[in-house]
Design a protein around this ligand. Structure first.
Ligand SMILES: Cc1cc2nc3c(=O)[nH]c(=O)nc-3n(C[C@H](O)[C@H](O)[C@H](O)COP(=O)(O)O)c2cc1C
Length: 392
């Protein structure tokens, strides 16, 4: 039997939980339509703003660290200084209408960023009237340093966040989603403030700010300033925030995001309580075809595990997350060496901080009195020749 991928967020039913996040893949109506044609149930427009300084793009603005890894599906970092949408808010009215005309049943979220409460109100009104299904508040852009009311800069002041959510909620008749920054902020605290102001859902989380230097010139690469920094390595950080938010605010709808590149990545966010998930970098580095790939992987994983619908495993990992007080600190494991796999390289012995491993005649020997069960040798072994097993 085919698994059912449908989900509901803020009263809106989606065919599947995949929403293409605000970014290059959603820069115009045509691009958003490509997201839907690739199979996404929803898409978030590139951020709509009146702030001209955030609309004119630096050129070039994209850089991949370990690009071959990106193509092979391994760890890489994506560094870019793409600002908000080049299109003026008034032009987005037509773009939103075009999308809704062609795909009335797919979710279209308008991402907005104002420089004052008045601008937030105006933008909310424009996109609501144009027919967007929901509004996403860009309180997370890693490039915004000075504007007090938008991007990651706004997240410095809790009263500003509260007032923005309240203003947009009061103005718009559609659900309002707050995007959480992990950069120099506590996404759990931000989620609590947004929740108290009446937000309908949060995105956990956006990406970080980074700095990549050219060591010949000692100048930052690309436009010579700070950039946005993300990639698959970010996933455990975003996942941890998502779990914290789900544990503390069980009634708040969470859209998981930050480093998702596969169906299993997406499953992890749902397992810690996310109702849906967003992807951006994966679409940039692997093209729109990754949407289908992620959804198929998610469905295959669910079939393998016997989950027929998303609800069957949503939040199921949360009760399994232990607190520090509950930790079992006893030594109950034994490290064993698989002699068929071990090449006698000695990396395990060199790295052991407890002096528990010596290599004799090309084979590691473990002194169980000294071994602390820390697991480093198992984790670092390039041949996966060390295994950690229950001692009894
Ligand atoms: C090139 C690029 C452009 C982006 N533009 C926007 C934007 O205009 N508005 C916004 O809210 N987020 C923007 N983002 C952030 C993404 O929406 C997303 O939150 C972030 O990249 C983390 O998700 P990911 O790991 O799936 O990429 C952009 C990201 C990238 C890489």
């Amino acid at each position: 039997m085919k698994v059912d991928l449908s989900v509901e967020i803020a009263g809106i039913v989606l065919e599947n939980p995949l929403i293409v996040a605000s970014g290059t893949p959603t820069r115009t109506a045509e691009h958003i339509i490509k997201c839907y044609e690739a199979g996404a149930a929803g898409a978030v427009t590139k951020t709509i703003t009146y702030a001209e300084i955030h609309r004119a793009q630096p050129k070039p603005r994209m850089h991949v660290i370990y690009p071959l890894n990106a193509i092979k599906g391994e760890y890489f970092s994506f560094y870019s200084i793409e600002l908000m949408s080049e299109l003026e808010p008034e032009k987005w009215v037509n773009e939103i209408r075009k999308v809704k005309e062609k795909y009335p049943d797919r979710l279209l979220v308008a991402s907005i960023a104002g420089r004052s409460l008045e601008e937030w109100e105006k933008l909310a009104q424009i996109v609501d009237e144009a027919g967007a299904d929901a509004i996403e508040l860009n309180l997370s852009c890693p490039h915004v340093e000075k504007e007090e009311f938008m991007g990651k800069a706004a997240a410095k002041k809790t009263d500003i966040i509260y007032n923005i959510v309240k203003t947009v909620k009061k103005t718009a008749n559609i659900p309002v989603i707050g995007k959480l920054t992990p950069q120099g902020a506590n996404p759990l605290e931000l989620a609590k403030i947004m929740y108290s102001a009446g937000v309908d859902a949060v995105v956990s989380t956006a990406r970080f700010q980074g700095l990549v230097l050219d060591l010949n010139s000692l100048e930052p690469i690309l436009w010579k300033g700070f950039g946005g920094y993300g990639g698959p390595w970010q996933l455990p950080i975003s996942l941890a925030w998502t779990a914290h938010i789900a544990l503390e605010l069980p009634d708040l709808t969470i859209i998981g995001s930050g480093g998702i590149h596969s169906g299993k990545d997406a499953a992890a966010f749902i397992a810690v309580g996310a109702a849906a998930f967003q992807v951006c970098t994966a679409v940039i580095v692997k093209s729109y075809s990754v949407v289908k790939q992620i959804l198929e992987e998610l469905a295959d994983w669910m079939t393998e595990k016997g989950y027929m619908k998303i609800e069957d495993f949503k939040g199921k990992a949360l009760p399994k997350i232990k607190s520090l007080e509950e930790l079992n600190r006893k030594k109950i494991y034994r490290i064993e060496v698989d002699e068929n796999e071990c090449t006698g390289c000695g990396i395990c012995a060199e790295r052991c901080f407890y002096g528990a491993i010596i290599v004799k005649k090309g084979k590691p020997e473990i002194n169980y009195n000294l071994c602390d069960n820390c697991g480093l040798c198992v984790a670092i072994c390039p041949n996966r020749a060390l295994k950690i097993k229950k001692a009894h």
